[in-house]
Design a protein around this ligand. Structure first.
Ligand SMILES: Cc1ncc(COP(=O)(O)OP(=O)(O)O)c(N)n1
Ligand SMILES: Cc1ncsc1CCOP(=O)(O)O
Ligand SMILES: [Mg+2]
Length: 520
């Protein structure tokens, strides 16, 4: 008998493989699969979420990295049904997981399709660090999961002995009404979901840049539907006979926070865009191409929105950021960093241009100790590799250095990535690239770094960023106790400084003077 995996289970396995590759692991193991299972709105993800286990937690715990949206969206292109024996061959380290998933799936009276929830069962039944962690995190175990399965089995009828899982209905020209009906429903779902996300961006995040991006997506929908024909959509609408209107999933009402709500709606709009793209292909290639573009924009938007929200939490009280350079400090970096963090600096960057790699490694490790003692965030300038080596909390890169995507490959998903920006286009791009915070400057002339006259972005740039970007950002360049009021007046709520603290005889005292101004 053939045992097929459902499309959702196949995608989870393929995603697990990408996560393994991305995390530089040789073979796909149960932890990669667990992270993949938590990824989309599958039954497994729903179960995990109901136990408070979301994907980010898993990624952080096991230091795993997701592939980029493009690679991820290719998973949906898989159209060949995957048979269990092929999966066993392709994923040798998941042998136990797959066999247990089969055992569980075979208990149902439906055709033996291995779904995402069966894979989750298999993961829970296969002992490893992930099982202990899952039990500790959310009290989820194979026993607690068994209860969910029992509920399902009781509802199912007698076993049906069929050996295929993919049942397809061929679309022909005579199916056009149904195709229009599907497109109409998906377009409405997309429009409504976009509105929810837009309201979040406008009223909760208050982010003009991301709101604009979302509006563009809404306009694209209108544009694409013109290729389909509004009249045909309305003519095919038959809401009263839609069997789906009475069905609601339990997760539909489970919205524990605004972030959860917006994320669920972003997933919903991506799914709707996918339906539109697939069914759109039967009516208009132009429309299908626009829907595809929309789907990609929505992946980017999701990443930017979620990064923005999580960075706002992580950098919530960070007003003053110190760039520390050994040679600029009177008594070396150690006393300056320790005094500054004790006085309230909560993020410190190691910025050394003259040290050898060995010196930088030693110096970075010491800075790690000083900052850790005080609970401050440590960032390594320019060097993602050294950020990992010294276990810094993040890395800062300039416009000519490695792009965020490449830096992310090196530092993983947990570390912060800061990007320098010198004009509003760069700032907008950094948000879309997935930066966790941005540097905004140079604001005033500075002795710390050389800039040509025309490179000074000034207070106008600070004002532009303040007007439209809510990803945490730090005004930088020549800021001191005298000009700080102007910077705050221009809309900055966070600033990064170097010379004013490093060159001061009493770094703690000047730190307090600067911080005092934020509360006035
Ligand atoms: C917080 C912060 N903002 C900007 C910079 C400048 O980075 P970059 O443009 O790469 O220049 P260098 O600092 O590497 O000379 C920064 N380091 N930190
Ligand atoms: C590294 C850097 N990038 C833009 S301005 C600047 C120097 C910040 O130092 P200071 O606060 O001493 O002007
Ligand atoms: Mg740099």
């Amino acid at each position: 008998m053939q045992h097929l995996l459902t499309a959702g289970a196949q995608r989870a396995l393929a995603l697990a493989e990408l996560i393994a590759n991305n995390s530089n692991d040789q073979v796909t193991n149960p932890r990669h699969l667990l992270a993949a299972l938590a990824h989309e709105e599958s039954r497994a993800a729903e179960i995990l979420q109901s136990h408070g286990i979301v994907q980010n937690l898993i990624l952080q715990e096991f230091e795993l990295t997701l592939p980029d949206s493009e690679a991820e969206s290719d998973l949906f292109e898989t159209e060949v049904p995957l048979e269990l024996s092929q999966a066993l061959y392709r994923f040798p380290q998941l042998k136990d997981v797959l066999n247990r998933a089969l055992e569980q799936a075979s208990q149902t009276s439906l055709p033996v399709e291995i779904g995402s929830e069966h894979l989750l069962w298999g993961v829970l039944k296969t002992e490893g660090p992930h099982t202990d962690w899952l039990v500790n995190q959310g009290a989820i175990s194979s026993d607690s999961l068994a209860a969910s399965f029992q509920g399902e089995h009781q509802q199912a009828g007698d076993p049906i002995d069929v050996d295929f899982a993919f049942r397809t209905v061929p679309a022909t020209v005579s199916d056009q009404t149904n195709t229009f009906r599907t497109i109409d429903a998906a377009a409405n779902r997309l429009r409504e979901g976009l509105r929810v996300v837009e309201d979040f961006l406008r009223f909760t995040l208050d982010d003009a840049h991301l709101t604009r991006l979302l509006k563009t997506t809404r306009h694209q929908l209108t544009e694409a539907l013109q290729f389909i024909g509004q009249d045909s959509l309305i003519a095919s609408r038959d809401t009263l006979n839609d069997v789906g209107t009475a069905i609601s999933s339990t997760s539909e009402f489970d919205r524990s926070s605004l972030e959860h709500l917006v994320q669920a709606n972003l997933k919903r709009v991506q799914e709707a865009a996918r339906t539109l793209e697939e069914f759109g292909k039967l009516i208009s290639v132009e429309a299908a191409a626009i829907f595809k573009q929309m789907r990609y924009s929505l992946y980017t938007l999701e990443k930017s929105v979620l990064t923005c929200v999580s960075s706002q939490h992580r950098l919530e009280d960070c007003q003053l950021y110190l760039l520390a350079t050994e040679s600029m400090c009177h008594h070396g970096c150690g006393p300056a960093i320790r005094e500054a963090v004790a006085a309230g600096v909560c993020i410190v960057q190691i910025r050394e241009k003259e040290m050898s790699d060995r010196q930088l490694l030693e110096h970075g490790r010491r800075a790690r100790e000083w900052t850790r003692e005080a609970g401050a965030i440590l960032i390594m300038n320019d060097r993602p590799d050294l950020a990992v080596a010294i276990d810094a909390d993040g890395v800062h890169v300039g416009q000519d250095e490695l792009p965020v995507r490449e830096v992310r490959q090196i530092v993983g998903s947990r570390r912060l990535i800061g990007v320098s920006t010198h004009n509003i286009e760069q700032a907008r791009q950094a948000v879309l690239d997935g930066a966790d915070y941005i540097g905004v400057g140079p604001t005033f002339t500075t002795a710390t770094k050389q800039f040509a006259e025309e490179e000074y972005a000034g207070l106008d740039f600070v004002k532009q960023v303040a007007a439209e970007i809510t990803l945490p950002w730090f005004a930088i360049g020549g800021i001191n106790a005298e000009n700080l009021p102007e910077v705050l007046q221009a809309g900055a709520t966070r600033v990064a400084v170097s010379g004013v603290i490093c060159r001061h005889e009493q770094p703690g005292q000047i730190t307090r003077e600067l911080l005092d101004q934020f509360t006035r």
